[in-house]
Design a protein around this ligand. Structure first.
Ligand code: NAD
Length: 500
């Protein structure tokens, strides 16, 4: 009755029916597929394939590695519709939103095509008499990527194109909730000419992840997901001697100043709070209004805008957003709305009973919810909700708004809406958050910058993709060279060499 989604190891799809888990279509609420859950032995097979492929791939000229990425970019574009449908059917996001996700992923492939340039090292001639010195960037070996459900194409594409073009081999462990995209991305990479074993995909859960974290052959781990798991990944990977970057959850605030362009605020908050059903780590989930008048005007505008929002199945591009990922997650989001109500906040627009056609009655839908009068002591304020819920906090001054953001445990993204350049500049300089927008709601850095939050939104030193990514997936080697001739032969030297 159902398809089995297996693994991709050493260039082949492996169908493994020993342990499987249901994969839902969140729009209908029905189980349509099963995913194989990799055992330790299966993951070890993938790591062995990656290890075996490493020496030849490492020695493949970087220009040839980049050419695979050029072909890959074309194939991703040619297969855009298929990929977006796979995303929609398992994640639930609307096709237009899936196309945006894929485009942001492809931009990382485009960046990877520049590897011959960004992997160039430094060279200094004659650093001492007849001594030359250079440094370059060498790949690490086998690296692993563990990714979340909410961007099944984009987040893997943040990782593996760059890791591979730098000369590493890769094992990807996608989210078990929407696993088909990862396999399809692997098949296209093979079609682009990547040698077998360089890129492998294992589906599964904790057992698969724990194998990657403890296998001595894995040199580095990139993780994106929730904060508790990010902390676990970071501490376990580093305790096992691996390089690790672990990106976690978020609570992104937007400050709305009294002088802000309110039409821009309303339009961009609607998209940034409710787009993708609020399941984005850069979603704006808290609007901090400076002054009651600002709050009242903003709420009136958002309330009006929310009347036009269409919630429904992923396949209809007229919808603004789709369902949540699972029934459990839907219940969790509802419980945050309930708790805000119980703790004294005002539910201005209630999305808990969305109006849907009968065929989608069992889907995991929630309507957009707007909550006013939220205060920092509330559970719904302190924790990440990850659903279509926008909360409003009222403050009196910009400094109060800034202090609120700086006290929060998360520091992924933020935004200020204002016409005042001085206020914006002060905010950007002083806010304790990694990615800042000024009148820009979702300041996701482009592929040639790097992505990374602060505080509990990221563990590790180097962010994802861009220059940080290239440094994460390589290590610097510095060589100092002399060719002794009979004229320059010296006796033994016991003081620290100064090369002068
Ligand atoms: P998650 O933490 O539940 O899962 C992420 C990955 O970890 C999955 O591959 C999953 O199989 C694995 N995993 C889950 N539990 C595990 C365990 N106990 N041991 C080992 N591995 C485990 O996250 P999710 O629900 O898939 O994704 C949503 C979260 O990801 C949100 O918190 C969101 O903010 C965050 N996110 C962050 C960013 C960012 O860039 N900072 C981007 C996207 C998503």
């Amino acid at each position: 009755m159902t398809n089995i989604i297996g693994h991709f190891i050493n260039g082949k799809i492996i169908e493994d029916t020993a342990h499987t888990q249901d994969v839902y279509n969140p729009s209908t609420g029905r189980v349509e597929k099963q995913v194989s859950m990799a055992s330790r032995a299966t993951v070890e097979e993938a790591v062995a394939a990656a290890q075996a492929a490493f020496p030849a791939w490492r020695n493949t000229p970087v220009m040839k590695r980049a050419r695979v990425m050029f072909r890959y970019k074309e194939l991703l574009e040619q297969n855009r519709d298929t990929i977006c449908r796979l995303i929609g059917a398992e994640h639930g996001k609307i096709l237009h939103d899936a196309a945006g996700e894929l485009q942001r992923g492809i931009e990382n492939v485009e960046y990877a095509c520049g590897a011959p340039e960004f992997l160039k090292g430094d060279y200094s001639k004659n650093v001492g008499p007849d001594i030359d010195s250079w440094s370059d960037f060498q790949p690490l070996g086998v690296v692993a990527g563990i990714t979340p459900f909410n961007f099944p194409a984009m987040v893997p594409l943040w990782m593996f194109p760059l890791a591979i073009v730098c000369g590493n081999t890769f094992v990807l462990k996608p989210s078990e909730r929407d696993p088909s995209v990862g396999l399809f991305l692997a098949q296209l990479l093979q079609e682009a000419g990547l040698p077998d074993g360089v890129f492998n995909v294992v589906n599964g859960g904790k057992e698969a992840v724990d194998t990657l974290l403890t296998d001595a052959r894995v040199q580095a781990v990139s993780f994106v997901g929730s904060t508790p798991i990010a902390q676990y990944i970071y501490s376990t990977a580093t305790a096992n001697g691996k390089r690790c970057q672990a990106l976690g959850g978020a609570k992104n605030h937007a400050i709305v100043m009294p002088d802000a362009d309110l039409d821009n605020v309303v339009n961009s908050l609607l998209g940034a709070a409710f787009g993708s059903c609020g399941e984005r780590c850069m979603a704006l989930s808290v609007a901090v209004a400076v002054g009651d008048e600002t709050a009242d005007r903003m709420i009136a505008g958002i309330k009006e805008g929310m009347k036009t929002l269409k919630v429904g199945a992923y396949s209809d591009n007229a919808n603004h957003f789709g369902p949540l990922i699972t029934a459990e997650h839907k219940a969790k989001v509802e419980s945050y709305i309930n708790s805000a109500e119980e703790q004294g906040a005002t539910i201005v627009v209630d999305g808990r009973k969305p109006d849907l056609p009968a065929e989608y009655a069992d889907g995991f839908f929630l309507g957009a919810t707007l909550i006013d009068g939220v205060t920092p002591d509330m559970k719904s304020y302190q924790e990440e909700i990850f659903g279509p819920v926008l909360q409003v906090v009222r403050v009196k001054t910009m400094q109060e708004a800034l202090d609120l953001i700086n006290r929060h445990i998360y520091g992924n993204g933020t935004c200020i809406y204002t016409r005042d350049g001085e206020a914006a500049r002060y905010f950007a300089d002083n806010v304790q958050v990694g990615m800042v927008g000024i009148n820009i709601p979702l300041p996701v850095p482009v592929a040639y910058h790097s992505f990374g939050g602060w505080k509990q939104s990221m563990f590790g030193d180097l962010g994802a993709y861009g220059r940080d990514g290239a440094r994460f997936y390589t290590r610097r080697k510095t060589v100092t060279q002399r060719w002794p001739t009979s004229e320059v032969r010296e006796g033994a030297v016991f003081s620290m060499p100064t090369l002068g």
